[in-house]
Design a protein around this ligand. Structure first.
Ligand SMILES: *Cc1c(COP(=O)(O)O)cnc(C)c1O
Length: 360
């Protein structure tokens, strides 16, 4: 059976060459006569994997030296709790920006640790618009500002990061990290679950500025303590070794594509192609304001929602899978992360045009 084009929001499609390499060396990794899953995380071979992940991430994202790069467990969700545990310090307030489902979940979880000062919310527009980040008023009493750079479910993405802010900026980049270039030095902390643009699930990337460390509650367990993890190569205990190995391969693949600047151009082209088709048609519709649209997650509806199941079934017949919208919003959603090739988006667009001709 051939591989389908997989538009799943997460865990999501991986580069085919990466899967093939993993398959080829599965039984005998690095001549050890065992798979990467079956050797010690303290072996020199595996430690090299973790070092490679860090070094490649540093070079792909131009991460300054005064930032630590951690590979933790617990998912993006786990960070909603780990972040306040580690960087709240003696403050009792967090500035939060609500732009969709994920930033909403984050502020709800963080409210267990601090008072939430809601700086902006786009709930009134059903999360189809975005506030102007640099025009907001932040509180000097807050430990940090939290926002989500790309809302995976709602399909909104900030064009430019928050730069005019004195408090440290914390951003959830789970679904758009590595998809476009940005200046890490503007952030206090960036985090991302791996399963969208970095690799398989099981690993959470945390990039944290060093001066924010050392504030964790002394009762914090070492596994949840950024500073302790930073001193131990993120291996205070056994890490998800296979996921880290896969991340190393994905980052090598991305370097081979020309890095973040090169993939950003392809991502822009993919998104323009799909939005262009949607906007040129009265049959398909995307509800998001044009200047707030995500390049990674594109939700869309059909004029007659009774056609949704037919659309999904016919798409599947064409090898275009996992296009159903999130259960909370309905309709369809195409997630077109780094590993989705241009040809996959072209195939989707051709299918959508044909479907409109037949049913529109
Ligand atoms: C997927 C996702 C998360 C949660 O990831 P888990 O690893 O499942 O906890 C958080 N934020 C955003 C923006 C996401 O897309």
């Amino acid at each position: 059976m051939e591989r389908n084009y997989n538009f799943c929001a997460g865990p999501s499609t991986l580069p085919e060459s990466v899967l093939k390499q993993a398959q080829a060396e599965l039984l005998n990794w690095q001549g050890l006569g065992a798979s990467v899953m079956e050797v010690s995380h303290r072996s020199k071979e595996f430690e090299a994997v973790v070092r490679n992940c860090e070094n490649k991430m540093r070079s792909l994202l131009n991460i300054p030296e005064n930032y630590k790069v951690l590979f933790l467990q617990g998912g993006g969700f786990g960070q909603f709790t780990m972040i306040p545990m580690n960087i709240l310090g003696n403050k009792t307030q967090i500035d939060a920006i609500e732009t969709g489902v994920w930033s909403g979940k984050a502020l709800k979880a963080m409210a267990h640790h601090a008072n939430i000062n809601l700086v902006a919310s786009t709930k009134e527009t059903k999360f189809t618009t975005l506030p102007d980040l640099n025009a907001l008023n932040f509180s000097k009493d807050s430990a940090f500002v939290h926002y989500c750079d790309n809302e995976t479910i709602n399909g909104v993405e900030f064009r430019a990061p928050l730069t005019e802010c004195e408090t440290p900026v914390v951003a959830d980049m789970s679904s758009n990290i590595l998809s476009r270039a940005f200046d890490v030095s503007k952030f206090g902390l960036i985090y991302a679950g791996a399963q969208k643009n970095i690799g398989p699930s099981g690993v959470t990337l945390v990039i944290v500025r060093e001066d924010l460390l050392g504030q964790a509650d002394p009762k914090t367990s070492d596994v949840f303590n950024y500073e302790v993890q930073a001193k131990n190569m993120s291996m205070i205990n056994t890490p998800p070794t296979f996921s880290l190995y896969m991340i190393d391969l994905v980052l090598t693949w991305l370097q081979g594509q020309g890095g973040v600047e090169a993939i950003e151009k392809i991502n822009a082209e993919k998104a323009a192609m799909l939005y262009g088709l949607i906007d040129d048609s009265d049959f398909y519709h995307n509800p998001v304001a044009i200047d707030a649209r995500s390049r990674m997650n594109i939700p869309f509806t059909i004029a007659n929602p009774e056609l949704d199941p037919i659309f999904l079934a016919k798409a599947k017949e064409q090898g275009l899978i996992n296009l159903e919208g999130h259960r909370s919003v309905g309709g369809m959603r195409a997630s077109i992360y780094n590993a989705m090739p241009l040809e996959g988006v072209r195939a989707l667009c051709e299918f959508m045009s044909d479907f409109e001709k037949q049913y529109g």
